[in-house]
Design a binder for this molecule. Structure first.
Ligand code: SF4
Ligand code: SF4
Length: 104
């Protein structure tokens, strides 16, 4: 007759810990986290009264960057976080950050 203790092998016992550990340690696939662009006014040329609209001209999403009074503004709902605007920003200190979306 097989007792419960004999039926539960050492492999089962230790395997349950390792399986749990592996599942917990599985990272999020890269690129799945939603991101959004943020303009840092102190570095942006347009905020310093220089004409610049490169980010809005190169943004592939409609209405993700709007220019109001010469100043660019990100419309978070339309931004995909693709980072093209950051790549093309000509400011001496890049004015655009790409950050994970924060949901309230
Ligand atoms: S490209 Fe850079 S410097 Fe130019 S308006 Fe956009 S954020 Fe400002
Ligand atoms: S991250 Fe992409 S979609 Fe968002 S504002 Fe910049 S260029 Fe446009």
């Amino acid at each position: 007759m097989t007792t419960t203790r004999q039926a539960y092998s050492r492999r089962d016992f230790f395997g349950s810990f390792f399986r749990r550990g592996r599942e917990a340690a599985t990272p999020e696939p890269i690129g799945t986290e939603a991101q959004v662009a943020i303009i840092q006014g102190r570095f942006c040329l347009a905020y310093q009264k220089s004409f610049c609209s490169v980010c809005s001209e190169r943004c592939p999403e409609s209405e993700a960057i709007v220019i109001e009074g010469g100043i660019p503004r990100i419309v978070a709902d339309n931004c995909t976080g693709c980072s093209i605007c950051r790549d093309v920003c000509p400011a001496p200190r890049n004015a655009i950050l790409i950050k994970p979306c924060v949901t309230a």
